[in-house]
Design a protein around this ligand. Structure first.
Ligand SMILES: Cc1cc2nc3c(=O)[nH]c(=O)nc-3n(C[C@H](O)[C@H](O)[C@H](O)COP(=O)(O)OP(=O)(O)OC[C@H]3O[C@@H](n4cnc5c(N)ncnc54)[C@H](O)[C@@H]3O)c2cc1C
Length: 167
């Protein structure tokens, strides 16, 4: 069902996509919004073993959209180097498709927010991280997206650069 890339030379492997997801600090989550309008919003996330985790308030447009339609996609841009003289950009990006769900289990919810906290505040003490999580716990909603399809693409110039380096 998921499409393959027309310009297959520019496709990144699964192995190449994962470090890009680990490196990115935010992306755009695309949901089915109100009355057929797509709702694409910027959001922080953490990637772990084929899943993306997000934190959210318990209500709002995003949560309503997910409850109505859990199918979503999430896109990160790893590189966007504009080359004006060539009227192009040397880009690299990743798109993940999957279904989102609200994590109901308390232990799973804790594990998910702990992953996210470790990504964004890697040098914090365990004690401080636990306190922060406890403080935000009640209004916190954790979401998980099980990735069903992952694609990465880079500009042909970056593909050529890579193959030169490997020669
Ligand atoms: C880099 C970055 C990281 C973020 N990380 C997180 C995160 O980890 N968790 C999180 O919950 N939120 C995050 N946000 C904020 C996020 O984009 C939403 O604003 C927020 O999640 C509320 O969404 P909602 O649908 O519940 O808002 P609602 O207030 O219910 O949305 C109502 C309407 O407000 C407008 N709106 C909402 N958000 C935005 C926005 N960001 N920009 C422009 N218009 C908007 C839209 O028109 C939307 O239909 C982040 C934003 C940025 C830029």
């Amino acid at each position: 069902m998921f499409r393959s890339m027309r310009r297959s030379r520019q496709a990144l492997s699964q192995k190449e996509c994962e470090p890009l997801l680990n490196k990115a600090t935010s992306g755009v989550l695309a949901l089915s919004g109100d009355e057929g309008y797509p709702y694409a919003l910027p959001i922080s996330f953490v990637y772990d073993e084929g899943k993306l985790y997000f934190h959210s308030a318990k209500s709002g447009h995003k949560i309503d959209a997910i409850k109505k339609e859990p199918k979503a996609s999430f896109c990160i841009i790893d590189q966007d180097t504009i080359v004006p003289e060539k009227y192009t950009t040397y880009f690299r990006s990743v798109i993940a498709f999957g279904k989102l769900s609200i994590i109901e289990d308390e232990l799973e919810k804790y594990a998910a927010i702990d992953k996210l906290a470790r990504k964004y505040a890697p040098n914090d003490t365990i004690e401080n991280r636990c306190n922060e999580i406890q403080r935000e716990w009640q209004p916190l909603c954790m979401l998980v997206m099980d990735i069903e399809h992952l694609s990465g693409k880079e500009a042909i110039e970056l593909v050529r650069q890579k193959s030169k380096e490997n020669m």
